[in-house]
Ligand binder design. Structure first.
Ligand SMILES: Cc1ncc(COP(=O)(O)O)c(C=O)c1O
Length: 350
C-alpha cells in the first residue's frame, strides 16, 4: 500500500509466543512467565488505587512515575535521575533505538538472542547486523572496535540461558563506539549482573523487566538504568503517560516486597537446577542456565518432535523458527509439580 513507508510495508513483524485462550488447561512453559503469582501486596495496591468506585481512573497517572524511579533507585543503588520506567522493557528497548539510530545506521545484536531488536530496528529504518556465537558462548567476530550506534547484549541469553561473564561485558563496553544495552530481563535468576558497569562506562545501559522475576508480565513494567543524559533523552521520546495508574501502584508494591521476590526466585532456581539434572540423567543436552528457562535437546536433535509430543500432552514450550535452534526447545521453569509432569512427558516421548 503506497500510504505506508516501504520498510513498514515490507517487514514481517514480530511473532510473540503463543498465548492460548484456554490457558488453565495447559502447562504453559513457552514465554518465560513466572509460575507463581505476584506478591499479595500487588493485588492490595491495585485495589487500593482503584478505590471503591474506580474514581481514581478519571485522572491521568503521574507522567514521570517518579515514586517508582525512587523505589527502583533505592533497590539498585542509583539516584532516580539514572532510572526510567517503561511499559514493559520492550518499550524502553524501542525508545533506545529511536533515540540513537537513524535511517540506515547500524544496530547490532547477538544471534541467537531476542529477535525483537531486529523488528524495532526495521521500524526505525536502521540497518541490522547480527553477530554469531562460538562454541565457547562468546561473540564470534566482534569487531576490534564496534562503530555501530547501538549494540544489544542479552545476558543471561535467551533462548540459550548462559550468561556472559562481567569482565567480558566490560571488554565489550570498552570496544563499543555506540551504546551497549545490556538486556538483563533474566538477571534476577543469575549469579551476577552488569549494574556496576553503568556507573563505570557512559555508554552502558542496563534494562530490566518485572515480567519474569516479579511475575508481572500482565502489567507491562520494565525499566532502564543509565546516565542521566541518556535517561533525559528517553524521557523526551516516550509516551508521556507510559505507565497507567494500576501499573504504577503494582510496581511499587512489588519492588517493596523483596522477601516475597527473593523466595519466588529461589524456588524457580532450585527447580531449574533439579530439572536440568534430571534431563541430563536421561541423555538430554541441556545448556546450564542462569535464567528461568532451559534450552533442552533430545538425542536425535529433533526439536519439532519434542515440541509436538509435549503439545499433544497439553504442555506448551517454545520451538524457535531459527534453523540454528531446530535441535531443541526452550522450556520455561514452572512449579516443581509442573516440571515433574513435564519430565514424565519427556521420558515418554524419549
Ligand atoms: C531478552 C528479553 N528482553 C526483553 C523482553 C521483554 O520483556 P517485557 O515483558 O518487559 O517487555 C523479553 C521477553 O520475553 C526478553 O526475553
Amino acid at each position: 500500500m503506497s500510504y505506508l513507508r516501504p520498510n513498514i510495508a515490507a517487514m514481517q513483524g514480530y511473532v510473540p509466543g503463543f498465548q492460548p485462550d484456554d490457558v488453565a488447561s495447559w502447562i504453559k512453559l513457552n514465554t518465560n512467565e513466572n509460575p507463581y503469582p505476584p506478591s499479595p501486596r500487588v493485588r492490595e495496591a491495585i485495589l487500593a488505587e482503584l478505590g471503591s468506585d474506580g474514581a481514581s481512573l478519571r485522572t491521568y497517572p503521574s507522567a514521570s512515575s517518579q515514586l517508582l524511579r525512587e523505589e527502583a533507585g533505592r533497590l539498585y543503588g542509583f539516584d532516580p535521575s539514572w532510572i526510567i520506567m517503561a511499559n514493559g522493557s520492550d518499550e524502553v528497548l524501542n525508545n533506545l533505538i529511536r533515540a540513537c539510530a537513524g535511517q540506515g545506521q547500524d544496530v547490532g545484536y547477538v544471534h541467537p538472542s531476542y529477535s525483537y531488536y531486529a523488528t524495532l530496528a526495521e521500524i526505525q529504518g536502521a540497518a541490522v547486523c547480527t553477530y554469531g556465537l562460538g562454541d565457547d558462548f562468546r561473540i564470534e567476530a566482534f569487531p576490534e572496535y564496534y562503530h555501530g550506534r547501538i549494540f544489544f547484549l542479552t545476558t543471561p541469553n535467551s533462548p540459550l540461558g548462559f550468561a556472559f561473564p562481567l569482565d567480558y561485558i566490560e571488554d565489550l563496553a570498552k570496544n563499543c563506539g555506540g551504546l551497549l544495552v545490556v538486556d538483563e530481563a533474566y538477571a534476577d535468576f543469575a549469579e551476577c549482573n552488569a549494574l556496576e558497569l553503568v556507573r563505570k562506562y557512559d555508554n552502558v545501559v542496563v534494562t530490566r523487566t518485572l515480567s519474569k522475576s516479579y511475575a508481572l508480565a500482565g502489567m507491562r513494567l520494565g525499566l532502564a538504568i543509565a546516565r542521566p543524559e541518556i535517561i533525559a533523552a528517553l524521557d523526551k521520546i516516550r509516551d508521556h503517560y507510559n505507565l497507567d495508574r494500576l501499573a504504577q501502584a503494582a510496581c511499587i508494591a512489588a519492588l517493596k516486597d523483596q522477601e516475597y521476590f527473593r523466595d519466588s526466585c529461589r524456588k524457580i532456581i532450585e527447580t531449574r537446577e533439579w530439572f536440568t539434572a534430571e534431563l541430563l540423567k536421561i541423555g538430554y543436552g541441556v545448556i546450564p542456565s542462569q535464567g528461568n528457562f532451559v534450552f533442552a535437546s533430545p538425542a536425535d536433535k529433533n526439536g519439532q518432535r519434542l515440541y509436538d509430543g509435549l503439545y499433544a500432552r497439553k504442555i506448551l514450550v517454545r520451538l524457535l523458527s531459527d534453523p540454528l535452534l531446530a535441535h531443541g526447545v526452550r522450556i520455561s521453569i514452572g512449579t516443581r509439580s509442573e516440571m515433574e509432569k513435564t519430565l514424565a512427558a519427556i521420558k515418554e516421548i524419549g
